[in-house]
Design a protein around this ligand. Sequence first.
Ligand code: ADP
Ligand code: MG
Length: 776
Amino acid sequence: SHQTDTSKEKLSVVLKERQELEQTRDSVKEMKSFREKLPAFKMKSEFLKVVQENQVLVVSGETGCGKTTQLPQFILEEEISRLRGADCNIICTQPRRVSAISVAARISAERGETLGKTVGYHIRLEAKRSAETHLLFCTTGVLLRQLVQDPELTGVSHLLVDEIHERGMNEDFLIIILRDLLPRRPDLRLILMSATINADLFSKYFANAPTMHIPGFTFPVAEHFLEDVLEKTRYSIKSEFDSFEGNTRRKRKQQDSKKDPLTEMFEDLDVDTHYKNYSLGVRKSLEAWSGSQIDLGLVEATIEYICRNEGGGAILVFLTGWDEISKLLDKLEGNNLLGNRSKFLILPIHGSMPTIDQCEIFDRPPPNKRKIVLATNIAESSITIDDVVYVIDCGKAKETSYDALNKLACLLPSWISKASARQRRGRAGRVQPGVCYRLYPKLIHDAMPEYQLPEILRTPLQELCLHIKSLQLGTVASFLGKALQPPDSLAVQNAIELLKTIGALDDKEELTPLGQHLCTVPLDPNIGKMLLMGSIFQCLSPALTIAAALAYRNPFVLPINRKEEADAAKRYFSGDSCSDHIALLKAFEGWKEAKSRGTEKEFCWENFLSPVTLRLIDDMRTQFLNLLSDIGFVDKSRGVHAYNQYSHDLEMVCAILCAGLYPNVVQCKRRGKRTAFYTKEVGKVDIHPSSVNAGIHLFPLPYLVYSEKVKTTSIYIRDSTNISDYALLLFGGNLDPSKNGEGIEMLGGYLHFSASKSVIELIKKLRGQLDKLLNR
Ligand code: ADP
Ligand code: MG
């Protein structure tokens, strides 16, 4: 009987395998007919012909028409059919990690293969590919890094650069390099893919390269602006909008310094006559919306309205970022109607999510269940969810901006462009006529800019400059002068200066060995330096945690109505360290412990922490550790313990923070019973109210280092850590002997330390040793 058992088992395995094979075959068949219905399919032969005959082609087409999933596949199929399959090497870049994975997975499924065989992906610190891979989806950043080793892109036969209409910094950077490369690689084919907005711009940039348009079809989408939404939902906008915003707005009015664009916009538009036509609710919302927050209550009410009153179909909600997505998730979970999991499938999707559950996002839910997707910009054009019938658009997106004069970057939600608004609306009409609920008045829509400013004009350029250097593309300024829209020279100068200050570039603007290391770490150079210092000084674990949180996001959530409790929780973690970074570190350690005890949920709830963010930070730590091991700063065979001898020494951790965050230094100056804070660039700044250092009048140590300076109504430093002058002297940037010989200066003389000659000598010796470690 034992034998019959095993043969039965064998039989069932065989049957199961056959069943799976048939299923795959069926789904490939099904997908084949789906593919043939896509607008791109009709253009297949024309597309292949143009690619054959031209080196560069610009393809535009409505989102969802099949550019990303079909065009690279057409090339692959063509090459295979001409028996050149083994030689072809097609690369397609994606601006975001999630889309690289999801597209590769989709195409593999369409071909009935497992992911990583013919079609693979490669994103930062993660890849699924094999020797058989001939079509690779990678993030633009990964390709840029590949160019360091292989500037000629040897062996690449076709390169497709996707989503160029977004004008991301990496894409703008890449096309400068490619334009220079093309004459040297006449056999390389370049295909630029764009939504319909601005294809001509790219054609011109590439010597009037041919363009091709894929006509798409979408159903009409009705549009409701805030006025209608408020009437439908009977929602009244909350007037107790975050009091901090309110206060600063009042302050702004008093000072009437620089008006924010929205205020100006309304003044231009003769607001009074317009206001007459709006209800009080709209007016309140206008005020609330001129701040950076979104009334999630209104979003919730709108979702509820649709679910109660409208027909079936998925709802896609556009929010600005993970904070809001997770807050809304919590809200919906507690909602009487929407919290019912048997009726609603609520799914978040966000650009830096490490992976997404393929099926859930794209598949149709069971008939009695409604899918609600909470998304950021990513669902605007990179990812198409077919069954969306309702779009809720908050009208904002997180956008960075860079103020070169004050050397500060801001990442704030701001109004999207008309082009984006159109794009978002279009997402509702894929399978049937749809409805778009815009949670802002028509007045605002009419005043939106046509297009968004390209990213290269609104971000600090240090990472890019480092990259230009490592690719040996000549001087930064002359290289960037060739961009589609070259950045401001002051912005370039600032970036170079910063890289010199942290020791990544020498006086001649050449990469130092430290600079070389930083090039291989795909991170902001300051964060990269913090990691290197953490491993050298055996504070690895804290450095990993803090760097991951800085590179990703802060795990503390700020509930609007329980702000004081949340602040208290954060202060508890910081103890007497006067450091937001230590608070973050302790919170993470506490979470780890709670997790091992199985009390994660309670811990996060009590301490106002986001478990999702903490988990992602944890993943990122592992990735950073692998990176440090790859570049030889951590030898895993010694065990991580060897790198954590000083991890519990908070003074040491603060010194490492100083090393990483320099030159972000604030001097604390006593003014009677209070302290005033000064930076070199902008003079007086304020500590952000969300910081544990906000209420402190007297600091034990004379300096603060900070991770971010933001400009809203005033200039704030966000997360900060109080540090000593010793930390600065040993770990800060370049030292200059002062003119009279009795002291040391930093930041070009802005910080002066008096010290005797012997102390100066000692510090110099120590610094010399440190430089050796970093520049090995
Ligand atoms: P485009 O790049 O032109 O915006 P895509 O090639 O990404 O279009 O998508 C074409 C169609 O394929 C979409 O309309 C969508 O329906 C479908 N699709 C794409 N990715 C997936 C996926 N991961 N799962 C299911 N369907 C998908
Ligand atoms: Mg696409």
